[in-house]
Design a binder for this molecule. Structure first.
Ligand SMILES: [Zn+2]
Ligand SMILES: [Zn+2]
Length: 120
């Protein structure tokens, strides 16, 4: 592949935005850790990585929301189950079910939290 600017030179890199060849004589611009052949391409790369960052941020918020939901509803189920043992002991299996469900929810919330933490 030949350089787009210096038609005689072999390209040793590629612009991440337009795919143009970049050679040693070129002065490539670095944008968000990627190479760009010109300012326009650098802008495109910057915009793209900004958009990806934004999506990741939103995802992080979604995961935090899910963990909160799991833990809060888990505690809710657990307290309904435990209260049930005191208030309506006849509904033994329903109370056990609610308690187990609550514990599972909380454990799942902790699991998602830990998994997300190690991934980040
Ligand atoms: Zn380019
Ligand atoms: Zn060049």
């Amino acid at each position: 592949m030949l350089c787009r600017t210096h038609k005689e030179s072999q390209a040793n890199a590629i612009c991440c935005a337009c795919g143009a060849g970049i050679c040693n004589e070129c002065d490539p611009i670095e944008a968000s850790g990627k190479l760009a052949c010109c300012n326009n391409c650098a802008e495109i790369i910057k915009k793209e990585s900004k958009a990806i960052d934004e999506i990741l941020k939103k995802n992080r918020f979604g995961i935090a929301f899910m963990i909160g939901f799991l833990v809060i509803s888990g505690i809710g189920f657990l307290s309904v189950g435990l209260l049930g043992f005191a208030l309506s002991p006849k509904a033994f299996f329903a109370n056990i079910f609610a308690s187990c469900f609550g514990v599972l929810f909380v454990l799942f919330g902790v699991f998602v939290y830990k998994k997300n933490k190690s991934a980040a």
